[in-house]
Ligand binder design. Structure first.
Ligand code: AMP
Length: 261
């Protein structure tokens, strides 16, 4: 019997449901974990306000045919004197890593704990969090974790905005601006087709994102899809990840696009 795990922080949306559907296709039993993991939030981040619509999440899981929901309390996952951490040290140096110190350490630690508790054969992650998926793959390889990692495509709203539990924080005005993040990412394809180099594309992307009303750019980067290192002169055929993080008001949104140079 093949068991699949879909780790989430709840406030389930169609992005999560796509992972559950993919898990059902590949496994006999599907476990969804719902845990707002305190150790992956920085002190100034949104842990306290993160949405926790647990009853609605349970209904969504039931409708989707989930076999088990694992929703532990923080003190069960982190008992007193908890002092062991899992840290990936290369990929986490890039993109969100330096901007969210300790974030990926919290993610790796909780995901390995979930793997050990549930002992799934397969685990499903979203390309929405491309860096996270890559780091989990690296952790699993480096630590010989016998679980197959499957990464599913980004699910978007009709206007292109990547689905996220954090979209619920946006005011109507901010929600109207947010799809322009994806629109800016889409323009990268045209700039690439027009022969622009990486630096010119990055600057243009930074300019577009920084000019959105009420927005503050965190980063825009063109990186190698495997190493997450900045690319300046990619070779033809190289797989590039165009990754962005933008604050709209106080809400930090991330999105990305894969591009073959
Ligand atoms: P979260 O609850 O935000 O921690 O996300 C749980 C899982 O769902 C992660 O593997 C995310 O990458 C994935 N996910 C979140 N949003 C989306 C989306 N819009 N499309 C696909 N996967 C997503």
């Amino acid at each position: 019997m093949r068991i699949a795990l879909v780790p989430t922080m709840g406030a389930l949306h169609a992005g999560h449901m796509s992972l559950i559907a993919a898990a059902r296709r590949r496994a006999d039993k599907v476990v969804v974990s719902i845990f707002v993991n305190p150790t992956q939030f920085g002190p100034a981040e949104d842990f306290a306000q993160y949405p926790r619509p647990f009853a609605a999440d349970c209904r969504a899981c039931a409708t989707a045919g989930v076999d088990l929901i694992f929703a532990p309390q923080a003190n069960q996952m982190y008992p007193p004197n908890f002092s062991t951490w899992v840290e990936e040290t290369a990929l986490a140096q890039h993109l969100c890593g330096p901007r969210r110190p300790g974030h990926f350490r919290g993610v790796c630690t909780v995901v390995l704990k979930l793997f050990n508790i549930i002992q799934p054969h397969l685990a499903f992650f979203g390309q929405k969090d491309a860096q996270q998926a890559l780091i989990i793959r690296r952790m699993v390889r480096d630590l010989n974790v016998p679980i197959k990692i499957i990464v599913c495509p980004i699910v978007r709203e009709r206007d292109g905005l990547a689905m996220s539990s954090r979209n619920a924080y946006l005011s109507a005005e901010q929600r109207a601006v947010a799809p322009r993040i994806y629109a800016a990412l889409q323009r990268v394809k045209a700039w690439h087709a027009a022969g622009w180099d990486c630096l010119r594309i990055r600057r243009a992307l930074e300019h577009e994102l920084a000019s959105l009303p009420g927005a503050r750019l965190d980063y825009a980067a063109l990186v190698d899809e495997q190493t997450l290192e900045d690319v300046t002169q990619p070779h033809r055929g190289q797989h590039i990840l165009v990754a962005v993080a933008v604050f709209i008001g106080t809400t930090r949104l991330i999105d990305n696009l894969r591009l073959r140079w």
